[in-house]
Design a protein around this ligand. Sequence first.
Ligand code: AMP
Length: 113
Amino acid sequence: MPDNCLFCKIIRGEIPASKLYEDDEVLAFRDIAPQAPVHFLVIPKKHLSGPSAVSIEDEQLVGKLMRIGSEIAAKEGVPHFRVVFNNGSQAGQTVFHLHMHILGGRHMAWPPG
Ligand code: AMP
């Protein structure tokens, strides 16, 4: 776990977060700057810098992010939701620890801006 990674700090409890789910592999918490009525992040506790860093050994873990995220979305009352993974700064990635955004509760435009 890199010392200076924001999401690793949240995992270690050094920075507070509004947690929605936690187990030994995965953490989910509300986004601090929500872009929709429901906006939360699902992250692996294993530090991976982003989607490009996912290897074969991580495939099951990444699938788990989607399952957990979908279950939380249902509990949050948003059966229709957008899933976003940003990869690289030009794509909008600002935190370089793999995270899955789930956004719901409003109409989502396509294509994304
Ligand atoms: P991205 O731009 O895809 O890297 O997404 C990073 C997300 O992390 C943004 O939506 C931020 O609002 C969110 N974020 C940054 N710091 C925190 C924090 N301390 N707690 C919760 N969400 C955060």
